[in-house]
Write a protein that binds this ligand. Structure first.
Ligand code: PHE
Length: 439
């Protein structure tokens, strides 16, 4: 069976960017900027991207293209397949919630997630849509959908950002707060936080980008692809921050303490994670003029962002099943759908009837989330960079990055790239991995 490839540079870029742009950009990045010194955090984030995450992304896609498949040593392979599959299971639960909010608008979040039938139906629809797109194949599925979804997502987010910034009542104050650098909030831990976020946000360290690398044509410029993907992800994160923070300011969810002059989040409001998008923002939208329309578009955007990431997660086990066992794409999609639906259903029910099952105060959903984010992802991240950085000979890496010397500029840059890929990036990943395991 001949392996399907992306049709060209644009297709590859949009699929990679689609994977990168996701819930992480919308529900975590804005809060991290607000909490960690605004413009100062943004600068550190960009530095971490340049020094660590772009080199890791580059080495992953180079490794994927060089090998041409996902066949690693048994245990490594298992990790690379297991992590996206588990992540997909709980990511889809949230994808289902966003669908429901898009169609029905604001609901009582607590009673919705703790019910049984509705969240399970939403999960089935979201995961089913993901499976259908992946079933259509790399070009007619992932690529075609990314070509429609990503521009749509970009336009909607830009419109929402403009609306949010023109809200009055302090929204411009929020915007200024977002970008004003406050270096007093920066410490060594800020770097680890920025790196951790950059990892999750770029979907690196779990083998996804290795899979996608194997779909990239031999004459594409990998450095340009990695750089553009990172810029797209950063731009989306910044636009999301311009949607979220000014709106929160305008409706008093952030305020300036009159005594200390310090800006802080309203302690009663959730300003990060699921609480932000399913509780706080809907409450804010309901007070805005034309709030229902804003809400529809916002949840449409979140759903598109989640879907473009979930298809990339889904593709990995499908690619593995078809390559390793030679089964057809349809059977592989069905198997992955059933497995993820079963795990996802357990996660979904852990907010309701299965709420009794808990470990150290975490329900099933939180346990899976915690284990993948803090143990499996850093571990796989480390294996991934070591593999990518040291598993290929220096000459092979050089020829892969410069397309056998044809890309003169990249070839000349190689000593710098080599230093970043082999030494600086692994050190950065190690810092994230250790802090994840210890913290
Ligand atoms: N990068 C996605 C986000 O920001 C999440 C993701 C991680 C998707 C890993 C795929 C793989 O939400």
């Amino acid at each position: 069976m001949k392996k399907e490839k992306f049709s060209g540079g644009l297709g590859a870029l949009l699929v990679l960017a689609g994977s990168a742009v996701g819930l992480g950009n919308i529900w975590r990045f804005p809060y991290m900027v607000a909490e960690n010194g605004g413009g100062a955090f943004i600068l550190i984030y960009i530095l971490c991207m340049l020094l660590v995450s772009v080199p890791v992304l580059l080495s992953e896609i180079a490794l994927g293209r060089h090998k041409g498949n996902m066949k690693f040593h048994g245990l490594v392979n298992l990790l690379f397949v297991l992590i996206p599959t588990i992540t997909l299971s709980y990511y889809s639960v949230i994808g289902g919630w966003t669908l429901r909010y898009m169609v029905f608008g604001n609901s009582d979040f607590g009673s919705f997630v703790s019910s049984t039938g509705h969240p399970l139906a939403c999960l089935a629809i979201f995961l089913g849509a993901t499976a259908l797109i992946v079933l259509l194949g790399v070009r007619s599925g992932l690529e075609k959908f990314s070509k429609i979804m990503m521009p749509a997502l970009f336009l909607i987010m830009c419109a929402l950002a403009v609306y949010s910034c023109c809200m009055g009542h302090g929204s411009s104050e929020g915007l200024r707060f977002l970008f004003r650098p406050d270096f007093s909030k920066v410490g060594p831990e800020t770097f680890v936080k920025a790196l951790g976020q950059a990892f999750f946000s770029l979907s690196i360290g779990m083998g996804i980008m290795v899979t996608f690398g194997s779909y990239i044509g031999k004459d594409e410029n990998l450095l340009a692809t990695a750089a553009k993907t990172s810029v797209a992800d950063l731009v989306f994160a910044l636009i999301s921050a311009c949607v979220v923070i000014p709106a929160l300011f305008a409706f008093g969810m952030f305020f300036q303490d009159p005594l200390t002059g310090e800006v802080m989040a309203n302690p009663e409001a959730d300003v990060v994670g699921a609480g932000l998008i399913f509780k706080t923002l809907p409450a804010v939208f309901s007070q805005m003029p034309m709030g229902w329309l804003v809400s529809v578009f916002f949840f449409l955007a979140v759903t598109l962002a989640a879907l473009s990431s979930s298809i990339s997660l889904f593709e990995v086990p499908v690619a593995w099943l078809t390559e390793k066992f030679g089964i057809s794409r349809s059977w592989a999609c069905l198997a992955v759908f059933l497995f993820c639906y079963a795990v996802g259903a357990l996660c979904s029910l852990s907010f309701g009837v299965l709420g009794g099952i808990s470990f150290k105060g975490m329900n099933i959903f939180d346990m899976l989330d915690w284990t993948t984010a803090n143990v499996l992802m850093p571990l796989a991240g480390l294996i991934c960079v070591l593999y990518a950085a040291w598993g290929m000979k220096k000459t092979e890496l050089r020829s892969e990055l410069s397309n056998s010397g044809k890309l003169r500029g990249v070839d000349r840059l190689f000593p710098v790239l080599d230093l970043l890929i082999r030494y600086i990036a692994p050190a950065g990943v190690l810092a994230v991995a250790l802090s994840g395991l210890i913290g």
